[in-house]
Design a binder for this molecule. Structure first.
Ligand code: ADP
Length: 546
């Protein structure tokens, strides 16, 4: 017997309709590429998303065709989130930090028909447009009078010109909620990138889940600043969850340095922010020497790579800001776990709480997870046994876009699990902790060393700005860890002093064999440490004594 409830597809257009109707005057504030501040409301966002949808209809794009963006976080990009997907086309958010050849490859693979880009990325588009035969329309995200002449890009028009003549009346089409909505390629640190193709259903369910109190905990009283880019897994879903809750949104545009972020947060009363650890490193690096404090910021989600415990403590103890450590992947829309305490933990001493809060956290309803050994056998949730982390759920991929076969691993009940490539432990309370990416785990004498643990200790040293731990070949132990360290400006620290700092903080055999001082740790396209490049940098390196 079926239930007798209304059956309405979960569509992205319903989010913007809801925001316009119930939070019509809530603000969306953007720092533009030009440097000025743009301000409008969800009502305006809705109207302009509809203009964009009409412009796409006029172009004759079929349902499911791809419209791409190469853009910073801003209001026009948000209009694309709703106008493109809402009208039944697929929004392909491209990471502009990828190599131009890789961008051209991605555009061809996705068969993008329209590509909208910020002025910052004009040089990239100039370099690749003739290698992108699928693109029939190039659009510069700017005012009509800012369109430069003679770019050499055929038919280039300004976004305002493109949508300006179209009506703000548009009835969002209704279709199956499993219809594709958006496309996001992983960073492709090994080989060509692979893409997750999200659906309206997966995106909407993820938006609901992300807004829950133990997840992002967004509300209509928040002013949220997604520093995480809209080209990096849809800014972790913040634009959708913000529309769902009616939160004020503050977009930083291209100005991601500590000073610009701090000033924007203070000016716009930001209560909530989200970003990768390297961004917060820069923000704190600006605030601390200048003796600055937040007057409105209450919480920040930090994820994408392990958040060093020292950063959690600084935010909490020095700035009074709660850190929510989060873990996820492009293939998971991206949220999988978030770290918040349970009721029974509230009375624990501060250091016990901190031990929990530095973990990647508990699964969100909708995500099931398990750890398995190399034989695929499930490992106990005891906080010690580690294994490959597998996940399943309605916002986790089933297969890659144009992929061959499925990446899933099937259990005895025929249920498919996505192998994350991460190695983790899970404790009795369900708190998951990432040991490493499986390819980064250091195997020393048959035992594993977590590179994240070593980095966390090094980064707790006040002189260290960033640390990356990698394994180096050793004839007896297979691999031994070394730590590459970038120091804070004007800081002085010697090799022996840092190695001594590890004493008592980890088992003796896990202490790195050496310290290599570098000017900067190489970062990848999404702000994560790029260990492959670090290995290249240290190509001629030999462990001491070999
Ligand atoms: P890409 O794989 O393209 O770099 P993703 O953003 O999908 O981009 O990366 C997902 C991976 O990032 C995870 O599998 C995990 O290894 C790492 N990661 C994400 N969040 C965390 C975290 N909080 N702690 C440790 N690692 C993390």
């Amino acid at each position: 017997m079926l239930g007798l409830m209304q059956s309405q597809p979960l569509l992205i257009s319903s989010l913007i309709d809801f925001a316009a109707r119930h939070h019509g005057d809530a603000q969306i504030v953007s720092r533009r590429v030009e440097g000025d501040i743009h301000r409008y409301t969800y009502r305006d966002l809705s109207a302009r998303s509809k203009q964009l949808a009409n412009a796409i209809e006029a172009l004759g794009l079929a349902q499911g065709e791809r419209v791409a963006s190469l853009a910073w976080n801003g209001y026009r990009h948000m209009e694309m989130y709703f106008g493109v997907s809402g009208s039944g086309r697929v929004l392909h958010t491209i990471n502009p930090r990828l190599h131009p050849d890789q961008i051209a490859w991605i555009v061809g693979h996705a068969e993008d028909r329209v590509l909208c880009f910020d002025t910052t990325f004009l040089p990239i588009v100039k370099a690749i447009h003739d290698k992108c035969p699928t693109v029939q329309k190039w659009v510069l995200l700017c005012d009509a009078d800012k369109l430069p002449a003679d770019t050499g890009i055929p038919g280039l028009c300004s976004y305002e010109d493109w949508i300006g003549g179209h009506s703000t009346d548009y009835i969002w089409p209704q279709f199956d909620e499993n219809t594709a909505s958006s496309l996001c390629y992983t960073s492709g640190t090994t080989g060509n990138p692979k893409a997750a193709l999200y659906s309206h259903r997966s995106t909407t369910l993820h938006a609901y889940a992300a807004a829950l109190p133990d997840v992002m905990g967004l509300s209509a009283r928040d002013s949220v600043l997604p520093v995480v880019p809209m080209f990096h897994v849809n800014a972790w879903g913040v634009p959708y969850s913000a529309a769902l809750t009616g939160a004020k949104v503050v977009f930083p545009g291209p100005a991601l340095d500590g000073k610009s972020l701090y000033e924007l947060m203070e000016a716009e009363g930001v209560t909530y922010a989200a970003g990768v650890p390297t961004i917060w490193q820069m923000l704190l690096g600006y605030m601390q020497p200048n003796g600055l404090r937040f007057s409105t910021l209450k919480r920040t989600v930090i994820g994408g790579s392990a958040c060093p415990p020292a950063m959690i403590t600084t935010f909490q103890d020095v700035f009074g800001v709660e850190v929510l450590h989060a873990w996820g992947m492009t293939e998971m829309s991206p949220l999988g776990t978030l770290c918040t305490l349970k009721n029974k933990h509230l009375e624990l001493p501060a250091d016990e709480k901190m031990k929990i809060l530095q973990k990647q956290g508990r699964a969100i309803y909708g995500v099931d997870m398990k750890i398995v050994n190399e034989l695929g056998q499930e490992q106990p949730w005891d906080g010690k046994s580690y294994g490959d982390l597998l996940v399943r759920g309605p916002w986790i991929i089933d297969s890659y876009f144009k992929g061959e076969g499925t990446p899933l691993v099937y259990d005895e009940q025929g249920r498919g699990w996505f192998p994350t490539g991460d190695v983790a432990t899970i404790d009795a309370d369900g708190f998951m902790q990432i040991t490493d990416r499986s390819k980064d785990v250091i195997k020393s004498g048959g035992e594993w060393i977590s590179s994240i643990d070593i980095e966390n200790i090094a980064m707790a040293h006040p002189a260290v700005a960033m640390a990356a731990c990698i394994g180096m070949f050793h004839p007896k132990w297979d691999e031994r860890p070394i730590v590459a360290v970038a120091l804070k400006a004007q800081a002085v620290l010697g090799r022996e002093e840092l190695l001594a700092f590890f004493e008592g903080k980890t088992a003796k055999w896990q202490i790195p064999d050496d310290v290599v001082f570098v000017d900067a740790i190489p970062l990848g396209a999404t702000g994560k440490m790029l260990k492959t490049r670090l290995r290249e940098m240290l190509a001629g390196y030999k462990l001491p004594g070999l």
